[in-house]
Design a protein around this ligand. Structure first.
Ligand code: NDP
Length: 303
């Protein structure tokens, strides 16, 4: 198949491109910067890859069977009012662009599937509730961003199969929250961040990439699908395992302020969590490579 991907140059996108390319699918990277994307995906390593800046997105999407939409300004940063606005606007802008380009195509050349990212932030935060795909949305800022992001994707032509993946905290070595947390753990010896009681709905990078890949190719994957591992953990447990894997004791708590210095208000992604279960993925028969956070962390740190 031929797949166009926004946000392909990011943490999840890079791994998805590698996976699709390794399986001989054609990949179109939809980016804001061709020169950046060409460095990430050198032709020697990725022969045949198409790198498109606007206005070439239109032709790329026209020639694709599927589109994956991952673009957006990073959330784990310091949230000034301007950045907060851009966190929402960048997602709405790119999603809206992709949806318009798909909708404007004649039926005969329209991609058949759109896999669009959203986040478990949709549900808001809670130490006691358990959320699945049927749960209502929360009341905070990230919940509002996710609602509007999803609503924009839902405007895609009804003949296009839409899979909205509500992604949890993706664990991988070279990016995401873990890459920012590990140095803090090394400095502070590494206990829980905040109270440690907050829930942490994580997913290994390999599994989120497999889930997106499956959503592209399997017609049963449609609607909202939580992209989280089957066993979310309290943050204290996650930190204990991380401490063990890194060979650091985990009895000294990493202070909230340290995390906020690194992540700003974006620290709320790990300081206030939610317990989200992948009910739909399990119903669909999706096989998780990593169900235990301990195994996931061990595999990542030993890479
Ligand atoms: P990254 O931050 O690594 O990459 C996102 C990509 O978005 C970038 O490579 C960039 O592509 C594009 N981008 C960045 N800023 C802007 C902007 N202002 N306007 C338009 N495009 C922009 O994201 P991840 O790979 O970590 O995540 C992919 C998606 O999944 C994101 O939307 C994220 O919110 C969501 N998600 C991720 C989670 C995680 O733990 N990683 C958890 C929950 C949701 P380019 O420069 O090529 O245009």
């Amino acid at each position: 198949m031929t797949v166009s991907i926004t946000g392909a140059t990011g943490f999840i996108g890079r791994r998805l491109v590698q996976r699709l390319h390794a399986d001989n699918h054609s990949v179109h990277v939809l980016t804001r910067s061709k020169s950046k994307a060409e460095l990430i995906f050198p032709v020697k390593e990725f022969p045949g890859i198409v790198i498109a800046e606007e206005p070439e997105w239109k032709d790329s999407i026209r020639g694709s069977n599927g589109v994956v939409n991952l673009a957006g300004v990073p959330i784990s940063t310091r949230w000034s009012p301007e950045i907060k606005k851009e966190i929402k606007d960048s997602r709405i802008r790119v999603t809206s662009k992709v949806v318009d380009l798909i909708n404007d195509l004649p039926d005969s050349v329209r991609p058949t599937v759109l896999v669009s990212a959203t986040a478990v932030g949709y549900y808001g935060t809670s130490e006691t509730q358990v959320f699945d795909e049927q749960s209502p949305s929360g009341n905070d800022y990230l919940a509002e961003v996710c609602r509007e992001w999803e609503a924009t994707a839902l405007k895609v032509n009804k003949d296009v199969r839409l899979a909205l993946i509500r992604i949890g905290v993706v664990l991988g070595k070279d990016g995401g929250a873990l890459a920012k947390m590990i140095p803090l753990f090394m400095v502070f010896a590494g206990g829980p961040l905040g109270s440690g009681k907050q829930w942490f709905s994580w997913i290994h990078l390999d599994d989120i990439v497999n889930l997106i890949y499956e959503a592209l190719s399997n017609p049963s994957y449609k609607g909202v699908i939580n992209g989280t591992a089957p066993n979310p953990v309290r943050f204290a447990e996650m930190c204990e395992h991380l401490g063990n894997v890194l060979g650091r004791p985990s009895w000294l708590p990493v202070p909230d302020f340290a995390l906020k210095v690194v992540l700003g208000e974006g620290a709320s992604v790990v300081l206030d969590g939610q317990r989200v279960l992948p009910v739909k993925a399990k119903e669909l028969g999706f096989t998780f490579k990593y169900s235990s956070v301990k195994d996931a962390l061990r595999s990542i740190i030993s890479q």
